[in-house]
Design a protein around this ligand. Structure first.
Ligand SMILES: Nc1ncnc2c1ncn2[C@@H]1O[C@H](COP(=O)(O)OP(=O)(O)O)[C@@H](O)[C@H]1O
Ligand SMILES: CC(=O)N[C@@H](CCC(=O)OP(=O)(O)O)C(=O)O
Length: 301
């Protein structure tokens, strides 16, 4: 079997288009958050692992942070433990925390490590507790009830926010040429364990590593405007406007929040990418068109 002239031209175009990006991003850190629906689809899981291996082979430093909300939900259901979300965060009592830690640090983390290995890469899975990578503190969630003066503080249990990232363990892993795969669980000095939203962890890691890119894979085409069209090439100012006028809401709020923080703190660009598209990571990095929504300080495409 050989290529037809048309498909040969197309393949050559794609390969040559990738060259400047390979040159530009060699040696750079790219933080990719893998989560949501993409993780439960075996085909997408495999294409994601191949993309990460290819990035590493051409000289980039991919750092994977994963979620696992659907997998946690499944096990909680099996165990007959009810789960509730407040402002996009899973209310986490100590019994739920045990399940979260078991699923994120156990099966989900190891599945990603092994699919990277199956595709020829070398990965090491860590939770935020390893090497004191993620220091956490309780997240405070407040709710303003109409007619009430003071906002009400809601107790969401062992949900954490990142207070500090200690990059030492990441440097050790990257210096040894392995791909780090990070589960979003953190701890504090007293040894308390915290369940942290994976987007928040990815954003903080990208900041601390001064990454070239933060890529948040999700289940929509990108950040959508009020008419449902994908917004590309957004500036941090434009994103602030979209939040203020309510175009961005729900689960997209924390995602956009940490993408903005990352870009304002020196990460060159943050991307909201459709994880339902096979090889979305490669398409974003290696093509002129890119994928989804790109956020930069000045909003260039
Ligand atoms: N302006 C917007 N553009 C795109 N998605 C939005 C927007 N506002 C709210 N959303 C919602 O945010 C969701 C993505 O967040 P979330 O469900 O937390 O994703 P994930 O599970 O991948 O972390 C989308 O499925 C969509 O319902
Ligand atoms: C506090 C909180 O809500 N933590 C999340 C952690 C996993 C996660 O973020 O998973 P996705 O990215 O797949 O949604 C949870 O318990 O579901």
């Amino acid at each position: 079997m050989s290529l037809t002239p048309d498909s040969a031209m197309n393949a050559a175009r794609v390969l040559t288009e990738a060259l400047p990006y390979i040159q530009r991003f060699t040696g750079r850190t790219i933080v990719v958050k893998f989560g949501g629906n993409a993780m439960v689809d075996p085909t997408l899981h495999e294409s994601f692992a191949r993309d990460i291996v290819l990035m590493k082979l051409v000289g980039m430093n991919p750092v994977v942070v994963h979620g696992g909300g659907p997998q946690i939900g499944k096990l909680l259901e099996k165990l007959n433990i009810e789960s509730e979300f407040v402002e996009g965060m899973r209310v986490t009592d100590s019994q739920t925390m045990d399940v979260v830690e078991m699923v994120l640090g156990g099966s989900v983390n190891k599945e990603i490590v092994s699919s990277i290995s199956r595709n020829g890469g070398k990965a090491i899975g860590v939770s935020g507790k390893d090497g004191r990578l993620i220091r956490a503190k309780p997240m405070k969630v407040t709710r303003q009830t109409p007619g009430m003066d003071a906002a009400e503080i809601i107790d969401i249990g062992q949900v954490g926010e990142v207070s500090q990232i200690d990059r030492e363990i990441l440097d050790v892993i990257l210096d040894s040429n392995f791909i780090p795969v990070i589960a979003p669980v953190g701890s504090d000095d007293e040894g308390n364990t915290f369940n942290i939203n994976a987007d928040l962890v990815a954003g903080k890691i990208a900041q601390v590593m001064q990454a070239e890119k933060l890529m948040l894979l999700t289940n929509v085409e990108g950040l959508l405007d009020a008419t449902g069209s994908v917004l590309t090439g957004l500036s941090t100012e434009k994103v602030d406007e979209l939040i203020a006028d309510g175009t961005v809401h729900g689960g997209m709020l924390p995602k956009i929040g940490c993408a903005l923080d990352a870009v304002k703190s020196g990460v060159a660009s943050a991307h909201i990418v459709d994880g339902r598209v096979p090889h979305a990571v490669l398409l974003e990095i290696f093509t002129d068109e890119g994928m989804g929504t790109k956020i930069t300080p000045r909003g260039e495409d």
